[in-house]
Design a protein around this ligand. Sequence first.
Ligand SMILES: Cc1cc2nc3c(=O)[nH]c(=O)nc-3n(C[C@H](O)[C@H](O)[C@H](O)COP(=O)(O)O)c2cc1C
Length: 216
Amino acid sequence: MDLDLTPRELLTTTRAVRLRLDLERPVDRADVEDCLRLAFQAPNGSNQQLWQWVLVDDAPTRAAMADIYRAAMDGYIAEMSAKRARGSAPAQASGATQQRMTESVFHLREHLHEVPVLLVPTVAGRLDNATIFEQATRWASVIPAVWSFMLALRTKGMGSAWTTLHLHREAEMADLLGIPSRVTQVGLFPVAHTIGTDFKPADRSASEATIHWNHW
Ligand SMILES: Cc1cc2nc3c(=O)[nH]c(=O)nc-3n(C[C@H](O)[C@H](O)[C@H](O)COP(=O)(O)O)c2cc1C
Protein backbone atom coordinates (compact mmCIF):
# COMPACT_ATOMS: atom_id res chain seq x y z
CA MET A 1 0.00 0.00 0.00
CA ASP A 2 1.27 3.50 -0.84
CA LEU A 3 2.42 5.70 2.07
CA ASP A 4 0.38 8.81 2.75
CA LEU A 5 3.09 11.48 2.29
CA THR A 6 2.60 15.12 1.38
CA PRO A 7 4.74 16.32 -1.56
CA ARG A 8 6.84 18.28 0.94
CA GLU A 9 7.40 15.17 3.09
CA LEU A 10 8.27 13.10 0.05
CA LEU A 11 10.82 15.63 -1.21
CA THR A 12 12.45 16.19 2.16
CA THR A 13 12.59 12.61 3.43
CA THR A 14 13.73 10.60 0.41
CA ARG A 15 17.19 9.82 1.72
CA ALA A 16 20.15 7.66 0.77
CA VAL A 17 19.03 4.46 2.54
CA ARG A 18 21.77 1.99 3.39
CA LEU A 19 21.54 0.97 7.08
CA ARG A 20 17.76 0.63 6.90
CA LEU A 21 17.44 -1.50 3.77
CA ASP A 22 15.43 -4.58 4.74
CA LEU A 23 17.61 -7.45 3.52
CA GLU A 24 15.13 -10.13 4.61
CA ARG A 25 11.90 -8.97 2.97
CA PRO A 26 11.48 -9.90 -0.71
CA VAL A 27 10.69 -7.18 -3.21
CA ASP A 28 7.83 -7.70 -5.64
CA ARG A 29 8.91 -7.27 -9.27
CA ALA A 30 5.55 -5.67 -10.08
CA ASP A 31 6.16 -2.91 -7.48
CA VAL A 32 9.58 -2.09 -8.94
CA GLU A 33 8.19 -2.03 -12.47
CA ASP A 34 5.38 0.27 -11.32
CA CYS A 35 7.99 2.67 -9.86
CA LEU A 36 9.81 2.59 -13.20
CA ARG A 37 6.61 3.38 -15.08
CA LEU A 38 6.27 6.50 -12.89
CA ALA A 39 9.93 7.32 -13.57
CA PHE A 40 9.33 7.18 -17.32
CA GLN A 41 7.24 10.37 -16.95
CA ALA A 42 10.44 12.34 -16.27
CA PRO A 43 11.70 14.95 -18.71
CA ASN A 44 14.31 13.78 -21.22
CA GLY A 45 15.96 15.34 -24.28
CA SER A 46 13.57 15.54 -27.27
CA ASN A 47 11.53 12.84 -25.58
CA GLN A 48 13.86 10.23 -27.10
CA GLN A 49 13.74 8.02 -23.99
CA LEU A 50 17.23 6.69 -24.55
CA TRP A 51 17.22 4.88 -21.23
CA GLN A 52 17.29 1.11 -20.54
CA TRP A 53 17.01 -0.35 -17.06
CA VAL A 54 18.74 -3.55 -15.92
CA LEU A 55 17.07 -5.05 -12.84
CA VAL A 56 18.75 -7.96 -11.10
CA ASP A 57 17.13 -10.23 -8.53
CA ASP A 58 19.13 -13.37 -9.40
CA ALA A 59 21.30 -14.11 -6.32
CA PRO A 60 24.54 -15.24 -8.05
CA THR A 61 24.43 -12.19 -10.35
CA ARG A 62 23.84 -9.87 -7.39
CA ALA A 63 26.83 -11.47 -5.63
CA ALA A 64 29.03 -10.88 -8.68
CA MET A 65 27.80 -7.26 -8.92
CA ALA A 66 28.60 -6.72 -5.25
CA ASP A 67 32.12 -8.12 -5.80
CA ILE A 68 32.67 -5.57 -8.59
CA TYR A 69 31.31 -2.76 -6.39
CA ARG A 70 33.61 -3.74 -3.51
CA ALA A 71 36.70 -4.02 -5.71
CA ALA A 72 35.92 -0.63 -7.28
CA MET A 73 35.37 0.98 -3.88
CA ASP A 74 38.54 -0.50 -2.39
CA GLY A 75 40.56 0.64 -5.40
CA TYR A 76 39.13 4.14 -5.14
CA ILE A 77 39.88 4.35 -1.41
CA ALA A 78 43.48 3.21 -2.00
CA GLU A 79 43.89 5.73 -4.81
CA MET A 80 42.51 8.59 -2.69
CA SER A 81 44.74 7.72 0.30
CA ALA A 82 47.80 7.67 -1.98
CA LYS A 83 46.79 11.09 -3.35
CA ARG A 84 46.27 12.44 0.16
CA ALA A 85 49.68 11.15 1.23
CA ARG A 86 51.20 13.07 -1.72
CA GLY A 87 49.12 16.16 -0.82
CA SER A 88 47.28 16.07 -4.16
CA ALA A 89 43.83 15.46 -2.65
CA PRO A 90 42.10 17.35 0.18
CA ALA A 91 42.11 15.78 3.65
CA GLN A 92 39.07 13.64 4.43
CA ALA A 93 36.22 15.54 6.14
CA SER A 94 35.77 14.64 9.81
CA GLY A 95 32.98 15.07 12.36
CA ALA A 96 30.05 13.02 13.58
CA THR A 97 27.91 13.38 10.44
CA GLN A 98 30.77 12.32 8.18
CA GLN A 99 31.53 9.39 10.51
CA ARG A 100 27.90 8.21 10.32
CA MET A 101 27.92 8.44 6.55
CA THR A 102 31.17 6.48 6.31
CA GLU A 103 29.71 3.73 8.51
CA SER A 104 26.61 3.65 6.34
CA VAL A 105 28.66 3.49 3.11
CA PHE A 106 30.68 0.57 4.52
CA HIS A 107 27.51 -1.18 5.68
CA LEU A 108 26.22 -1.11 2.10
CA ARG A 109 29.62 -2.34 0.88
CA GLU A 110 29.36 -5.36 3.22
CA HIS A 111 25.73 -6.21 2.46
CA LEU A 112 25.20 -5.22 -1.17
CA HIS A 113 24.85 -8.85 -2.33
CA GLU A 114 21.98 -9.32 0.18
CA VAL A 115 19.88 -6.45 -1.20
CA PRO A 116 16.89 -8.10 -2.95
CA VAL A 117 17.06 -6.10 -6.19
CA LEU A 118 19.93 -4.18 -7.80
CA LEU A 119 19.23 -1.70 -10.58
CA VAL A 120 21.67 -0.37 -13.19
CA PRO A 121 20.04 2.42 -15.22
CA THR A 122 21.69 3.12 -18.56
CA VAL A 123 21.52 5.71 -21.31
CA ALA A 124 22.37 5.16 -24.98
CA GLY A 125 25.71 6.41 -26.31
CA ARG A 126 29.09 7.24 -24.83
CA LEU A 127 30.11 10.54 -23.26
CA ASP A 128 33.84 9.92 -22.97
CA ASN A 129 34.79 12.70 -25.42
CA ALA A 130 31.52 14.62 -25.40
CA THR A 131 31.06 18.41 -25.29
CA ILE A 132 29.48 20.00 -22.23
CA PHE A 133 26.25 20.38 -24.20
CA GLU A 134 26.23 16.70 -25.11
CA GLN A 135 27.08 15.62 -21.56
CA ALA A 136 24.46 17.85 -19.93
CA THR A 137 21.78 16.80 -22.39
CA ARG A 138 22.45 13.08 -22.20
CA TRP A 139 22.91 12.84 -18.41
CA ALA A 140 19.83 14.97 -17.83
CA SER A 141 17.92 12.61 -20.11
CA VAL A 142 18.17 9.83 -17.55
CA ILE A 143 19.02 11.29 -14.13
CA PRO A 144 15.62 12.95 -13.52
CA ALA A 145 13.99 9.57 -14.20
CA VAL A 146 16.30 7.86 -11.72
CA TRP A 147 15.39 10.39 -9.05
CA SER A 148 11.69 9.95 -9.83
CA PHE A 149 12.24 6.22 -9.41
CA MET A 150 13.72 6.82 -5.95
CA LEU A 151 10.80 9.05 -4.99
CA ALA A 152 8.36 6.42 -6.25
CA LEU A 153 10.11 3.75 -4.16
CA ARG A 154 9.69 5.94 -1.09
CA THR A 155 5.93 6.17 -1.67
CA LYS A 156 5.80 2.36 -1.55
CA GLY A 157 7.86 2.01 1.64
CA MET A 158 10.99 1.08 -0.28
CA GLY A 159 14.32 2.84 -0.52
CA SER A 160 17.57 3.09 -2.41
CA ALA A 161 20.87 4.96 -2.43
CA TRP A 162 22.51 6.62 -5.40
CA THR A 163 25.86 4.91 -5.97
CA THR A 164 28.47 5.45 -8.66
CA LEU A 165 31.55 3.72 -7.20
CA HIS A 166 31.29 0.64 -9.42
CA LEU A 167 31.77 2.86 -12.49
CA HIS A 168 35.52 2.65 -11.79
CA ARG A 169 34.95 -0.89 -13.09
CA GLU A 170 32.17 -0.10 -15.53
CA ALA A 171 33.46 -2.53 -18.20
CA GLU A 172 33.36 -5.48 -15.76
CA MET A 173 29.73 -4.70 -14.90
CA ALA A 174 28.89 -4.38 -18.60
CA ASP A 175 30.45 -7.82 -19.26
CA LEU A 176 28.55 -9.39 -16.37
CA LEU A 177 25.17 -7.94 -17.33
CA GLY A 178 25.58 -8.05 -21.11
CA ILE A 179 25.33 -4.25 -21.43
CA PRO A 180 26.39 -3.20 -24.96
CA SER A 181 29.60 -1.19 -25.30
CA ARG A 182 27.81 1.87 -26.82
CA VAL A 183 25.71 2.29 -23.68
CA THR A 184 26.59 4.32 -20.56
CA GLN A 185 25.77 3.14 -17.04
CA VAL A 186 24.45 5.75 -14.59
CA GLY A 187 25.16 3.94 -11.32
CA LEU A 188 24.06 1.03 -9.17
CA PHE A 189 20.91 1.31 -7.07
CA PRO A 190 20.02 -1.09 -4.26
CA VAL A 191 16.25 -1.60 -4.00
CA ALA A 192 14.63 -2.92 -0.83
CA HIS A 193 11.82 -2.25 1.58
CA THR A 194 12.97 0.13 4.30
CA ILE A 195 13.10 -0.83 7.96
CA GLY A 196 10.41 1.56 9.19
CA THR A 197 9.14 4.34 6.95
CA ASP A 198 9.91 7.37 9.09
CA PHE A 199 12.81 9.41 7.67
CA LYS A 200 13.98 12.89 8.62
CA PRO A 201 14.92 15.81 6.36
CA ALA A 202 18.68 16.13 5.83
CA ASP A 203 20.77 18.98 7.13
CA ARG A 204 21.75 20.92 4.00
CA SER A 205 23.12 23.83 5.98
CA ALA A 206 25.00 25.49 3.10
CA SER A 207 21.97 25.82 0.85
CA GLU A 208 21.14 29.48 1.62
CA ALA A 209 24.65 30.55 0.65
CA THR A 210 24.22 28.99 -2.80
CA ILE A 211 21.23 31.09 -3.87
CA HIS A 212 21.91 34.12 -6.10
CA TRP A 213 19.14 36.42 -7.33
CA ASN A 214 19.79 38.38 -10.54
CA HIS A 215 23.62 38.09 -10.37
CA TRP A 216 26.16 35.60 -8.91
C1 LIG B 1 26.43 11.23 -7.84
C2 LIG B 1 26.34 10.49 -6.53
C3 LIG B 1 27.18 9.42 -6.29
C4 LIG B 1 27.09 8.69 -5.09
N1 LIG B 1 27.87 7.59 -4.92
C5 LIG B 1 27.71 6.83 -3.82
C6 LIG B 1 28.37 5.57 -3.72
O1 LIG B 1 29.08 5.14 -4.63
N2 LIG B 1 28.16 4.83 -2.60
C7 LIG B 1 27.33 5.24 -1.60
O2 LIG B 1 27.18 4.52 -0.62
N3 LIG B 1 26.66 6.42 -1.68
C8 LIG B 1 26.82 7.21 -2.77
N4 LIG B 1 26.09 8.38 -2.92
C9 LIG B 1 25.11 8.76 -1.89
C10 LIG B 1 25.52 10.04 -1.15
O3 LIG B 1 26.52 9.73 -0.23
C11 LIG B 1 24.28 10.62 -0.48
O4 LIG B 1 23.36 10.99 -1.47
C12 LIG B 1 24.61 11.83 0.36
O5 LIG B 1 25.41 11.46 1.43
C13 LIG B 1 23.36 12.51 0.88
O6 LIG B 1 22.60 11.58 1.61
P1 LIG B 1 21.17 11.99 2.18
O7 LIG B 1 20.35 12.42 1.01
O8 LIG B 1 20.62 10.78 2.84
O9 LIG B 1 21.37 13.14 3.11
C14 LIG B 1 26.16 9.09 -4.10
C15 LIG B 1 25.28 10.15 -4.37
C16 LIG B 1 25.34 10.83 -5.57
C17 LIG B 1 24.34 11.93 -5.86
